[in-house]
Write a protein of this length. Sequence first.
Length: 440
Amino acid sequence: MNFSTDNNRRHDAITAAGADPHRLRADELEPLVYAVGGTPDDPALAAPSAAALLRVLFAVNQKRDREPAIAFATATLEAPTLGIASTLRALLVLLYAEEFADAECRLRQILAAGETCPAFTLLLARVVACQGRSREAAELLGALLSRGLSADLVPATVAWRIAALVDLGELEPANELLRLHGYDHELTDVPDRAEVLAARGALHLAEGRFGLAYDDYSACGRELTAWAVVNPAVANWRSYAALCAHMTRRNWLAKTLASDEVVATRAWGGRRTSGIALQIAARLATEEETRAELLQSADSELAGSGALLEQIRVKYDLAVLRAQRSDDAAALALLGAARTLAEEIQNDLWRGRIIAAIEQLEGAPGPARLTPQELAVAREVQPGRTNRQIADHLCLTVRTIEFHLSSVYRKLGISGRRELQPAILLTQEGRRTRLQPIIW
C-alpha cells in the first residue's frame, strides 16, 4: 500500500506532537493516539487526567516509558469516577505493557460489576489470548459477534477471533469468518486495518501461503507506521514477516527484520514479545549453537510471561534441537512439559502434535539424511508446481520424482507436500529427520 494523503498528514501531526505532547489538549491529542476499537465518546475528555492518560498511551505506542506507564495506568484505574473511555485506555496500556494477569483481573471485576460496554469483553478476549487461552478467547469473541456490535468494534473483534481460531488450527472457520466480513479482498476504509492484516497474515502463514502472509504483515507494519506505532507489543509484525521472508528464501530481509524485532522487544521489556522475537531469530540462525542459545533465551523470557502458547512453541523447537543432537531424554522432557501446558490451555491442536512427536521420537530409528538427489527434488517443490514441471526442470521422469518424494516424506516423517517446504528450510536442508519442526 502507499500512504494516503490522510495517512501522511496524520503521521506528520503525530511526529510534531511527539516533540511536545504536553502542549496539546486531550481533544487535540485523541485523534493522534492509536487505540484498537476506538473509544466511546468521552464527556470527561477535558479533565486533566484524560489528557495525561492519552499522553501515556501515546508514549507506549512509541515504545517509551514502560514502567512509568504501568504505574500511571494502575493508579488511574483506582480512581473512583474514571469514565469508560479512560478506563479502556488504561487497560490498553496494561495490555501493551504485557501485564496480562493484572489486566485480566481488572477486566473481570469490571464485567462482574455489570459493565455492558462490549469493548471491555473485546479487551478481555485479547488478554486471554495473549496468555495462550485461545479457545476461551474465540468463544468470547464469537459471543460478541453474535449479539451485534457497532461498526468500529467489528474489525478488531473479527481479527482477534480469526487469530484465536488459527492458534487452534481451525483454519476453515477462520477463512469463513474472513470471507463473511469481506476481509479476504482489499481492505479499504476498514477501522483497525492493522489488526485485520495481522490476523489475515497469521491465517496465510498457517496455511503455508508464505508470500501472501509476508505481504499482509508488511502492510500491517506500514499501517502502524502511519500512526507512528513502533512498539512490538501492539503488533509484532516484524517477527512474523521475518519468518515469512525466510520461508520464501529472502534470507537477508528475514535476518534484518528479525534482528530489528529483537532490539525493539528488548528496548520495550515485554517478555512475551521478546520471547517470540528470540524464537523467530533462532529459526533463522544457521549455526546450531546460536539456535540453541536463542531458544534457551526465549524459553527463559517466556517462563515468567504468562504466555503459555508461546512457551509450548519454544519448548517444541527446543525438543527438535535436542532430538537433532540425539538427546532423546531431554527432548522427551521438553515435549512432556509442552504437553502439560497444551492440556492446561485446552489446545487440542498442539496436544495432538506433541503426542505424535513423542510417539515418533520414542519409535524412531536414527536420523536418515536425504540423498543429494532427494534434496534436489525436495527443493523444487513449491505451491502450484506439478511433478511434471519438476521432472522437466530436473530432466527426470515423473515416476522418478514420485519415487524420490515418497522417500523424502518417509525420511522426514511428514504426510505430504504442504509440510515439505517448512521441513526442508527449518531442518537445515533435511539434515535432521527424527522430529520435524512446525511452522505455526
